[in-house]
Ligand binder design. Structure first.
Ligand SMILES: C[S@@+](CC[C@H](N)C(=O)[O-])C[C@H]1O[C@@H](n2cnc3c(N)ncnc32)[C@H](O)[C@@H]1O
Length: 205
């Protein structure tokens, strides 16, 4: 599991390393990001919180169109790069293992989005975190999470076998068959879309 220092080290060539990667874990990465970006309604009054914003790969495209971006990350270097691209954004240097920080407590967002970040916490924490996010959404708000994820445990296990030594044993990938019913039990409306061999989108209302 990468620490904030590990992500600081990766930050400088993060985007280039994804550009050159094939297969697990970033298979379909750009399609997943585009899917999330297309869900967001472009409007100067639209507020979006990006969880694990990294260099801003997910939200920079919608920032350029005038949407208000808030970003959360525990890597100072990642935030520095995101801030350089989005000077009018607001950024929070926090570890999301502890949920949303008090600074965002007063905000109600139109969208809370995340890409390739939430797999850093275990499923029970993910569920609590998503329930907490729901409390920071406007009534019409939507949570959209793109990440390494699978529809079934069999698909997860098959990818693990095929990926061999590349498989990261320290990450906690969502399996829709397991996580969707747990979120629904919390009263949330949930949809899961598999977009690539190892990438999917969770949409929560
Ligand atoms: C693989 S990168 C994804 C970045 C970006 N969202 C993207 O799609 O390219 C994961 C990001 O999540 C951040 N991150 C990982 N664990 C975190 C945690 N516990 N709290 C806050 N940020 C975290 C990392 O610093 C990094 O910027």
């Amino acid at each position: 599991m990468l620490t904030s220092e590990g992500f600081d080290t990766w930050a400088g060539d993060y985007e280039e390393s994804i550009l050159n990667s094939t297969g697990y874990p970033f298979d379909g990465y750009y399609d997943l990001l585009a899917y999330v970006q297309n869900i967001v309604e472009i409007n100067p009054d639209t507020y979006v919180l990006d969880i694990g914003i990294g260099t801003g790969a997910l939200t920079y495209e919608i920032y350029k169109k005038g949407v208000q971006i808030h970003g959360l990350d525990f890597s100072p270097k990642m935030i520095e790069l995101a801030k350089a691209k989005m000077p009018n954004g607001e950024f929070f240097l926090v570890d999301f293992q502890h949920g949303l920080p008090s600074e965002v407590g007063c905000h109600k967002y139109d969208y809370i989005v995340s890409s390739y970040a939430i797999h850093h916490i275990e499923d029970p924490l993910k569920i609590n975190f998503i329930v907490q996010m729901k409390g920071n959404l406007k009534d019409s708000g939507v949570i959209v999470i793109a990440d390494v994820s699978f529809r079934t445990q069999e698909d997860h296990d098959q990818c693990k076998i095929v990926s061999g030594d590349h498989w990261d044993h320290d990450e906690y990938y969502m399996v829709a068959d397991s996580i969707v019913p747990q979120l629904e039990a919390q009263g949330l409306e949930v949809e899961y879309i598999q977009k690539s061999s190892c990438g999917g989108i969770l949409i929560i209302k």
